[in-house]
Structures are given as structure tokens and as C-alpha cells.
Design a protein around this ligand. Structure first.
Ligand SMILES: Cc1cc2nc3c(=O)[nH]c(=O)nc-3n(C[C@H](O)[C@H](O)[C@H](O)COP(=O)(O)O)c2cc1C
Length: 190
């Protein structure tokens, strides 16, 4: 059993191009609940999620690009076109943010961001285990403050960390070659 579970982790790969059906409510609940099992120094629960579902996707996309293009760092036209094509099929985006929690002087902000990253990884794995494709993107205006504000994540209080696209893979997926872990590991010798 446990080796099979690890095999799921080994087999996960990102799948950008997804379409409906996305997760149903029970499956989405499991994916989001998986985020709650992420390691979290001080139990600060720094993760925040905003669900962008397919029924509001066209409005989100129009607002996103109107906001981004009026900002000091507009998105190039070709990127906008590609993103619009991509999002026209995506059934669910989970926008990710980290609560900066300025009042907390004990636990550094980078640890809170690591906790949100771990939560995102748990969600990617949960989506994969449920048979969905998922992809973490820091495109779509992730680093444009006006876009963060539009999503309700004021940069003063939140660090916006991108989006997870989740749905049914459009194309067939093939196993990907991963590096041998030994390239990255050494033994500590005192
Ligand atoms: C924080 C983060 C942000 C990412 N943003 C993008 C992105 O904006 N565009 C992109 O093509 N890949 C992005 N990636 C990479 C993909 O999500 C994915 O990991 C990559 O395509 C490799 O696929 P794999 O997960 O199967 O190894 C990002 C990954 C991380 C961890």
C-alpha cells in the first residue's frame, strides 16, 4: 500500500492543458483539504485560496488583462493571446496567496511562503491522485500588484503565489524522465 502511494508521487507530472470536467465538489474538497496537511511552523495557516471556476472564467480573463494592460508592466500581446486560448478550456483555477502576517515576528515570512508552497504541492499531488491534470503557473499577472489587488490579495498583506489550473488532461500524457536523486545528495561526514 505505502509503496503504491509513493509510486503516485513518482508518477506525478504537470499537465498545463486541461478541460472540463474539473473536480466535483467532493473532489475539490479533498484537494483543498490536502493543503491543510502541509507543514506549517507555528500553525499560522498562512495559505489563502481563491477559486476561479469555469462559469466566471471569461469575466476573470477580461478583467485580468484589462488590469494588467493598464498597469506599469503590461503583458505582451502574444502572451495574452496564448493565455486566453489556454484559459478558454480550463475548468478551475485555484489562486494561491500567502498571508504575510506582519505582526508575527517569531516566524520569518519565507517560512510562511514555504508552508504555502508545501500546501500547493499537496494539492498538485491530490489532484493527480484523483486522476486530474494540474499545473502551477506564476504567469497571468502573478507579479503585477494591480492584479493581486483585483483578486483581493492586497500586496501589503499577501504575497500572491500564482495559480493552479486543474482539470482533465486534453492530450495523452507520457511518463517523463526525472533526474537520479543521487546527483543531488551527499553524505555528511563530521
Ligand atoms: C512556483 C512555480 C511557478 C511556476 N510557474 C510557471 C509558469 O508561469 N509557466 C510555466 O511554464 N511553468 C511554470 N512552472 C513550472 C510548471 O508548473 C511545471 O512544474 C513544469 O512545467 C515542470 O513540470 P513537472 O512538474 O512535471 O516537472 C512553475 C513551477 C513552480 C513551482
Amino acid at each position: 500500500m505505502s509503496e503504491n502511494a509513493v509510486q503516485f508521487l513518482l508518477d506525478r507530472q504537470s499537465v498545463k492543458f486541461v478541460r472540463a470536467p474539473g473536480p466535483n465538489e467532493a473532489q475539490l474538497g479533498l484537494i483543498l483539504q490536502a493543503a491543510m496537511s502541509a507543514p506549517d511552523h507555528g500553525k499560522l495557516r498562512p495559505w489563502r485560496f481563491s477559486l476561479i471556476r469555469q462559469d466566471v472564467m471569461p469575466q476573470f480573463v477580461d478583467k485580468l488583462f484589462a488590469t494588467a494592460q493598464a498597469s506599469p508592466t503590461p503583458i505582451p500581446a502574444q502572451k495574452e493571446e496564448n493565455a486566453r486560448r489556454w484559459l478558454s478550456e480550463v475548468p478551475l483555477l485555484i489562486a494561491l496567496a500567502c498571508h504575510r502576517d506582519h505582526g508575527n515576528t517569531k516566524i520569518p515570512e519565507n517560512e510562511r511562503m514555504l508552508a504555502v508552497g508545501a500546501a500547493a504541492m499537496n494539492m498538485l499531488n491530490a489532484a493527480h491522485m484523483l486522476g486530474f491534470g494540474a499545473f502551477w503557473s506564476t504567469g497571468l499577472g502573478t507579479y503585477i500588484e494591480e492584479v493581486n489587488e483585483m483578486l483581493g490579495f492586497d500586496p501589503l498583506d499577501y504575497r500572491f503565489m500564482g495559480y493552479l489550473a486543474v482539470g482533465t488532461p486534453i492530450d495523452e500524457t507520457y511518463p517523463v524522465t526525472r533526474p537520479d536523486h543521487r546527483q543531488f545528495v551527499k553524505e555528511y561526514r563530521p
